[in-house]
Design a protein around this ligand. Structure first.
Ligand SMILES: Cc1cc2nc3c(=O)[nH]c(=O)nc-3n(C[C@H](O)[C@H](O)[C@H](O)COP(=O)(O)OP(=O)(O)OC[C@H]3O[C@@H](n4cnc5c(N)ncnc54)[C@H](O)[C@@H]3O)c2cc1C
Length: 505
């Protein structure tokens, strides 16, 4: 017999106390939604959790999970909820959103001599950086959402970002995880110290990293840490055209052994407008006025380490070779540490900032979810950007592109005003672009943001049925009742909305 909502709430309160269980619509709406645009247009979409809980410790997590497993109640573990692929969107009736930010947010140990840190999942990433910086250390993998996300969510998504060509992804730094499995069993995978090498057994750490809350609930994490680089200078090189910009990129890559590039980014003119919107907002709050040029072939770089001025000179030399380009670029150098922070914050927040720079639409607008985080082999990135822009325009979609030159990751913010006709277009557009990604570029649907709700139907194209069946078996092994973040990752039933089906027909 199915347990009633009242009985679920009563038991949750028995375990956690009233202060840690909420059914308040404000908590439920603010902690889970599909997409603001879609919700406004399709008023009967009700993807909302039923309970919002804040466990105090791992014993609470174990008790909740045991209760949920017995009664087949879905649980979504969540960090700051900044995922862009719908990872923490509730799909099933009676879903419990489990949040770690309120209580399970402690840094338990910092060990500088062995270079590791032990944290609970709800610690904000930026707090880890702040504490480590006191020792001249930092955690190397950094997503664009660095100022908001939590470490549990970063491990859940295997987050990375603009510096991953140099430092790798979150998973490269996870030494150990403490995990509560779907039946309430607690396991430890990896090594709870600063060990730098081990090939003992199957690599279960790697399996859980990036599993998006579908295999177990992480209650503690041990991370390797590294020394912060000394000296930093940033540059913007603005070419008028993408072709000139790409010539320069190739030359810079040829010189890579003489350069210590921490960031090597591409941005188009709309992205730069977004960055400027961010600057304008900061200037209104009394910060320095900065404005960057709006040009389609723009490169943003950060150099670190020794002989920083020599590195800058070398890049200037490459970028101003008169025989090489149709037109020489404008070059701006950012030396002041805080100017650089502003620049890179502006770039990391380009997505939300672009929305601020665009005229408010009359009808709801959405960013087409499938194409936001594609990647192709790095040398093909320029062709891909051109094709993606062209195709977007053919479908009446506004294409905004930025990304990471060295790892082939292109963020295509394809903005569209939602109505019946345009939704049909959006579906065809994303399918055509995915055809190109898979058939022509050998690319991937997601380089860093993850699979979540929106991208799961493509996984079978990316890996084939046989591999997906193995993934489904892994899910069944760890979570036979499919209570952990159900309907995500392509290992469960895929809701029709994941393909925008049933909408705009
Ligand atoms: C402006 C912006 C820029 C972004 N830039 C990047 C980027 O550069 N690179 C990138 O990788 N991502 C990026 N993202 C996506 C996202 O912010 C990151 O992946 C981030 O690390 C997610 O952290 P979170 O705390 O918000 O996690 P959530 O979104 O809350 O959760 C992420 C996943 O982890 C799971 N999870 C959370 N806690 C646990 C736990 N304790 N146990 C098990 N599973 C858990 C969740 O179920 C979910 O599947 C960006 C998002 C925004 C809005």
């Amino acid at each position: 017999m199915r347990i009633s909502k009242e009985e679920i709430e009563k038991r949750l309160i028995e375990i956690l106390g009233e202060d840690n269980v909420s059914t308040d619509p404000i908590d439920l709406i603010s902690h889970g939604y599909v997409s603001k645009g879609l919700e406004t247009y399709f008023k009967d979409l009700k993807f909302r959790a039923t309970y919002f809980v804040t466990p105090r410790n791992k014993e609470d997590v174990i008790q909740i999970v045991k209760f949920c497993n017995k009664n087949k109640i879905p649980i979504i573990p969540r960090g700051a909820g900044t995922s862009t692929a719908g990872q923490v969107v509730p799909i099933e009736e009676n879903t419990i959103l489990m949040d770690f930010g309120k209580h399970m947010n402690k840094i338990k140990e910092i060990n500088i001599s062995e270079e590791y840190i032990i944290v609970e999942p709800g610690v904000p990433f930026i707090d880890i950086q702040k504490e480590l910086s006191k020792f001249g250390y930092f955690f190397q993998a950094e997503p664009g959402s660095a100022f908001y996300c939590q470490i549990g969510g970063m491990v859940g998504n295997n987050a990375s970002g603009a510096t991953s060509h140099k430092y790798g992804t979150t998973g490269d730094y996870v030494n150990h995880l403490e995990i509560v499995l779907a039946d309430g069993t607690m396991i430890n995978v990896g090594h709870r110290n600063g060990i730098v090498k081990s090939v003992a057994g199957y690599d279960l750490v790697r399996l859980f990293v990036g599993s998006e809350g579908t295999l177990g609930i992480i209650t503690e994490i041990t991370l390797k840490i590294g020394k912060m680089p000394k000296n930093e200078k940033s540059m913007i090189i603005s070419f008028k055209t993408l072709d000139d910009c790409w010539k320069c990129v190739k030359k810079i890559k040829e010189e890579s052994e003489n350069l210590n590039l921490e960031l090597f980014e591409y941005a188009d003119s709309m992205t730069l407008e977004g960055i400027n919107a961010n600057f304008k907002w900061l200037a209104k709050r009394g910060y320095k006025k900065i404005k960057v040029k709006k040009r389609d072939g723009t490169i943003l770089l950060k150099l670190v380490g020794k002989d920083i001025d020599g590195q800058i000179e070398l890049i200037k030399e490459i970028a101003t070779n008169e025989n090489f380009y149709d037109e020489l670029p404008a070059i701006d150098i950012f030396e002041e540490p805080f100017d650089q922070v502003m620049l890179w914050e502006g770039r990391h927040n380009a997505g939300p900032s672009i929305a601020r720079a665009m005229k408010p639409p009359q009808d709801p607008r959405m960013y087409i979810p499938l194409v936001l985080d594609l990647a192709v082999p790095p040398n093909k990135v320029i062709n891909f950007i051109k094709i993606a822009k062209q195709l977007s325009k053919e479908f009446g979609i506004l294409p905004i592109t930025f990304g990471h030159f060295l790892d082939g990751n292109v963020h295509l913010i394809a903005a569209i005003t939602i109505n019946e006709e345009t939704l049909k277009n959006a579906r065809i557009f994303q399918q055509k672009l995915m055809d190109k990604i898979y058939n022509e570029f050998g690319g991937t649907i997601t380089a860093e943001h993850g699979v979540g709700l929106w991208k799961q139907s493509q996984l079978v194209r990316e890996y084939g049925e046989t591999t997906m069946n193995i993934m489904k078996k892994i899910k069944d092994l760890f979570d036979p009742n499919h209570i952990l973040n159900p309907c995500k990752m392509g290992v469960d039933k895929i809701p029709e909305i994941a393909d925008l089906k049933g909408l705009g027909e």
